[in-house]
Design a protein around this ligand. Structure first.
Ligand code: NAD
Length: 352
């Protein structure tokens, strides 16, 4: 069930709700464009389904519309920025614009961004950088609810801490690897729960630390107000990477790490540690271009495994989804749509 909407229509609806919650028209449009692009890219977890949460966060005061980055330190190729709890779609783009400018001037930039509200798909920022020919590496922590269990642990202690790397490929589409360090993104559990689906074994433990396939354990409070937890991808390796995201994205940026029980706040605060490199300034540009393409070709020549359509490079699934969804529209399930309409009503936007 649910409905299928064209991207343009969804952008208008989301922009209307975000603007009604106090954002300038421009900010509302930026947020709407970003969320709909996530849906188009096949990541419904980071698309328009986030709107109700954003509206609640604005109403609670944890997300501050019309904020801009504050520069805490400008050391040339070292930047420390504060997102001041503004929309991540806006302050994240502002931070990237500054960081990319520096990387193009000096060859590299290390950028620490603290206190951005939800940055959405981190790949969005890597895509900005590779479009300018820059390599872009991102370690991000999430302060919203401790929803991922540490390897060997039995309850949630940290967020879905995404990692992302974008690499430009001369004359070709870029490599954009962008994933949560949990086995699956929390938002995908929300989508599965809203659709009434079970998920694969190995993704989740319930509030007692027992394995479960019910995504509701991390979406709605369980008996006693407790939540279950997501597991890390790749056992100790994904867990270790998530800790790196917390140490770099949370501690080194000054954004803060998670070390307290869940507090029901609706805001989602991201800290993002970014490294940008301009390969044209590193002196290896020719080798880089040649070797990167040769390696990609080599991978693609691997025979398709049984049941597989062949080898893909990160970034390809998102681009393919965009082509398909631009054409066929975006499916929005009934629960998500009802929640968006209700969120609009809270701030006086009447969505049909
Ligand atoms: P995922 O598991 O779908 O993995 C996506 C990555 O894997 C992409 O880079 C994709 O191109 C690549 N990929 C997918 N299939 C492939 C294949 N067959 N071969 C090669 N590469 C392939 O992603 P996820 O973990 O569900 O994360 C989804 C999104 O959630 C990401 O954009 C992430 O940034 C975002 N996220 C954001 C936050 C936040 O707080 N802002 C937190 C967690 C996740």
């Amino acid at each position: 069930m649910g409905k299928t909407l064209q991207a343009a229509q969804l952008r208008r609806t989301v922009a209307e709700v975000i603007a009604a919650a106090g954002s300038s028209k421009e900010e509302a449009q930026t947020v709407a464009d970003n969320l709909v692009l996530a849906n188009l890219s096949g990541h419904d977890s980071h698309g328009v389904g986030m709107v109700p949460r954003y509206i609640d966060a604005v109403l609670e005061g944890g997300l501050k519309p019309n904020s801009a980055i504050a520069v805490k330190l400008d050391g040339g190729s070292l930047l420390a920025l504060d997102g001041q709890r503004g929309y991540g779609q806006v302050v994240g783009a502002q931070a990237m614009a500054l960081g990319m400018e520096r990387a193009q001037q000096t060859g590299s930039c290390v950028m620490a961004l603290a206190n951005a509200h939800h940055l959405g798909r981190i790949g969005h920022f890597a895509e900005m950088a590779v479009a300018r020919g820059l390599v872009s590496i991102h370690f991000v922590n999430v302060q919203s609810r401790p929803v991922v269990a540490p390897f060997g642990g039995g309850d949630g202690r940290y967020g879905t801490n995404p990692f992302c790397v974008g690499v430009p490929m001369e004359g070709r589409e870029p490599f954009v690897l962008d994933f949560a360090t949990s086995r699956v993104a929390q938002g995908k559990m929300r989508v599965a729960h809203n659709e009434g689906r079970r998920v694969e074994p190995g993704y989740l433990i319930d509030e007692k630390g027992q394995p479960t396939t019910d995504p509701g354990v991390v979406v709605v409070p369980q008996p006693g107000g407790m939540f279950g937890a997501l597991l890390a991808f790749g056992e100790h390796k994904g867990y270790g990477m998530a800790v790196a995201c917390e140490l770099l994205g949370g501690a080194l940026t000054g954004s803060g790490t998670w070390h307290r029980p869940a507090d029901n706040q609706r805001s989602v605060i991201n800290g993002m540690f970014t490294v940008l490199v301009d390969p044209r300034k590193l002196g290896t540009q020719n080798e880089f271009a040649r070797e990167a393409l040769a390696f990609a070709d080599w991978l693609k020549q691997s025979p398709a495994a049984p049941g597989s359509d062949g080898v893909l490079l990160a970034g390809e699934p998102e681009r393919a989804a965009r082509v398909k969804r631009e054409r066929e529209g975006i499916d929005v399930d009934d629960t998500t749509w009802t929640e968006i309409v209700a969120a609009g009503a809270k701030v006086g936007a009447r969505i049909a």
